[in-house]
Design a protein around this ligand. Sequence first.
Ligand code: HGY
Ligand code: MN
Ligand code: MN
Ligand code: MN
Length: 417
Amino acid sequence: MASHTSHGQQIMEWSERIAAFSEPAWAEKGQLTVTYLTPAHLQTAQALTQLMQEAGFDEVSTDAVGNVVGRYHGTDIAAPALLTGSHFDTVRNGGKYDGRLGILVPIAVVGELAKQKKRLPYGIEVVGFSEEEGQRYRATFLSSGALTGSFDPTWLDQLDPNGVSMRQAMVDAGLPGTLESIKALTRDPKKYLGFVEVHIEQGPVLCEKQLPLGIVTSINAGVRATCKIIGTAAHAGTTPMSMREDALLAAAEISLMAEHRAKAEEGSVATVGQMQVPGGSINVIPGECVFTLDMRAPTDPQRDSLVNDIVQAAKQIAKRRSVHFEYNEVMRASAAPSDPAWQTRWERAVTKIGQPLFKLNSGAGHDAMKLHTIMPQAMLFVRGGNRGISHNPLEIITAEDAELATQAFIALLDEIN
Ligand code: HGY
Ligand code: MN
Ligand code: MN
Ligand code: MN
């Protein structure tokens, strides 16, 4: 095993290197925003390609949706391969490790194998997924969806806030931009042993328990929706309070109702992450308000009852306030329990490197929940500092924990036989 923290230190340096690429409006504020197929996104993809080439992968390529795919062959090229990876796009003003750590750890692992000129009986395929967060386009898990045959063809015609279609963004990025080229990415599960993803926990549990690693038992179910309230714009000075059809106040009441409903049940969460009054003015009662809903729970039934209750209550609020409520679901992902065999491999790997075992479920969604639909999967969580804060520039990990994650991944390889 290399000297202590050598892989970990290397991963921290790589994280800094790829975090140098951010979209100008955010970079000028020292913030990290990398959304689908922007110049910063393409630069990040290029940097990941270079890291994979330097590490000694046998093949490195960019696929039709912009994934960076590295392959390190085994002794038997026809044997089913281990699939791993995570995403390199970020939320706006995001952290450096969300997704990216799950690409850099396997790159460090392959680098170690290549350095030792070691070949396993199976290949390793590392995917830097190009689009997971659904920021530029409402197309969450676009890239892992392309690999699992669930790419939604209507996404190609979706427009970003500047009116650029996804198809055009793909063509501008040098990608085919055709449904055929995307459908061709669907993976045949028979060619894979399974999918493993290393990811920061994005929560406070490991930090509070002072544990560097955690084994994921299941990924929570989620639904995301864009909502619109249509009321009546009117004069803020002359319209009596009793005669208002205020779109924003209806959205505000719906937001507080969603919070109240989620709080009523252990494990349920509901978030309004975005809210705008298009064309609003200081002296006009909002005639329209658009907002988003993100609702999650540990199981599909609990998620469904959360969503149904919130949507029904929202309709009641809209009716009482004489406004119109539109609900448009943009993502629905089922809970993804870890495959028992792969979870056990992670447990044995973590034990083998002398770390305590701790299991937890994932409140965050991950590419693994898409791969879950076609092959067995299990995840390893890495402790986040700053009480595990994430989707925030304060997101932080340590070189020591990155090193332990790399050692656990290497130990996992020995569990595959
Ligand atoms: O929102 C999530 O759970 C993930 O960060 N995409
Ligand atoms: Mn994220
Ligand atoms: Mn993530
Ligand atoms: Mn993920």
